[in-house]
Design a protein around this ligand. Structure first.
Ligand SMILES: Cc1ncc(COP(=O)(O)O)c(C=O)c1O
Length: 384
């Protein structure tokens, strides 16, 4: 099997799996219980909180565990807006993950004015547009750090600098950036930041929200006093312990992984460009998570390519999010200006810690043949 869909989810690191299996066998206590078996579990949660905080350059009191990256995004946006009820404007970008975009649509239905920042052909947000819409009425700006489909890295420092001038807090969805680039909440100066465990070789169903000390925010899930009273519900203890372990491992090796994966990805990208005529690269050539490679194959349907690759046990993604108006073309690829029929031909390959040279060679061997065969039977060969 060649797994090239690490932006969708990563395999569990064996060390994480081992720690979770041990924990789940040995520690069933409720961390809210006052007797020793509860207390011990509470200590494991604190350790995990410290591990995630350390990987982000935060303090453990600023980390709230959630049930997913999606929940952390919802919590950040709705929690901050509810804490500043007099401000009725929200700014985000046109290429966010649905976890943010759908929250924005929900807010629109609730009477908020939402500005969606447009992007250029590389996927970079328009800072002039931001400057023209931000005001004292803005409750929050939320712009993702790195895009999940094309990998483009946003100029967050500039966004934060601009927002500061208006006293507007900034949230960033860093789910795809965590572990793939330098990430330090203090250096960045961001107020809220989302991460997710299953993108860093940890278990699924656990996320975290960094909330800078002093940021006004209201709870999103109501109930008990867990997570400093900000996220009620008995904690997913084994998941959180696994997330902590994954964050610890990440700190040890992300830089080495990044250097290796960048070389591997470059080989894959140039190999595809050399071997397959008429393909269109999507994303920023430099300001990008390099292990994310997105190409459109004009004349083809991405799904056909995906299925043909799957029969050879190569797993990739179409990266397209369903949307009725665009007949399922990706909102990200449409936002960077691709025609819907070209956008529908795009395939994302995303490399991760467990990919090898051999994986890249296999893809470079199989892919040109698959594209040539599909093109031979495709009636539709558009002008690019
Ligand atoms: C950029 C981005 N944000 C948020 C999420 C959602 O995270 P989760 O799967 O933990 O809900 C994802 C997952 O694909 C993502 O890529």
């Amino acid at each position: 099997m060649v797994y090239l869909d690490n932006n969708a989810t990563t395999p569990l690191d064996p060390q994480v799996a081992e720690k979770m299996a041990w924990f789940i066998r040995e520690h069933f206590g409720n961390p809210s219980s006052l007797y020793p078996i509860g207390r011990q579990v509470k200590e494991f949660l604190t350790e995990a909180r410290e591990q995630v905080a350390a990987a982000l350059g935060a303090h453990r009191s600023e980390i709230i565990f959630t049930g997913s990256g999606t929940e952390a995004d919802n919590f950040a946006i709705i929690g901050v807006l509810e804490a500043r009820p007099e401000k009725k404007q929200f700014i985000t970008s046109a290429i966010e993950h649905p976890a943010v975009l759908e929250t924005a649509r929900y807010l629109e239905k609730r009477g908020y004015l939402v500005h969606y920042l447009p992007v250029d052909r590389f996927g970079l947000v328009d800072l002039n547009y931001l400057e023209s819409v931000i005001s004292d009425e803005t409750a929050l700006v939320s712009v993702m750090m790195a895009n999940n489909e094309i990998g483009t890295i946003q100029p967050l420092e500039e966004i934060i600098r601009l927002a500061r001038r208006y006293g507007v807090p900034v949230h960033t969805d860093a789910v795809q950036a965590f572990g793939k680039m330098e990430l330090n909440v203090r250096k960045l100066g961001v107020d809220l930041l989302t991460v997710s465990s299953h993108k860093i070789y940890g278990p699924k169903g656990v996320g975290a929200l960094f909330i800078k000390k002093g940021t006004p925010i209201l709870p999103f899930i109501h109930g008990g006093h867990q997570e400093f009273g900000l996220r009620a519900g008995t904690e997913n203890t084994a998941g959180i312990v696994g997330f902590g372990e994954a964050a610890r491992i990440l700190q040890e090796r992300w830089k080495k992984d990044k250097d290796r994966l960048e070389k591997l990805a470059e080989k894959l990208k140039t190999g595809l460009e050399e071997k397959i005529p008429n393909i269109i690269f999507n994303g920023h050539p430099e300001k990008r998570i390099k292990s994310t490679i997105n190409f459109a194959y004009p004349g083809l349907e991405a799904e056909a390519i995906l299925l043909a690759l799957a029969t050879r046990e190569i797993y990739v993604s179409t990266g397209s999010a369903c949307s009725e108006e665009s007949e399922e073309a990706s909102h990200v690829l449409l936002a960077i200006g691709l025609k819907p029929e070209i956008a529908r031909s795009a395939i994302r390959m995303s490399l991760g810690r467990f990919n090898t040279d051999q994986d890249v060679e296999t893809v470079l061997k199989e892919m040109p043949d698959i594209v040539a065969r599909l093109r031979a039977i495709s009636p539709f060969q558009p002008e690019v």
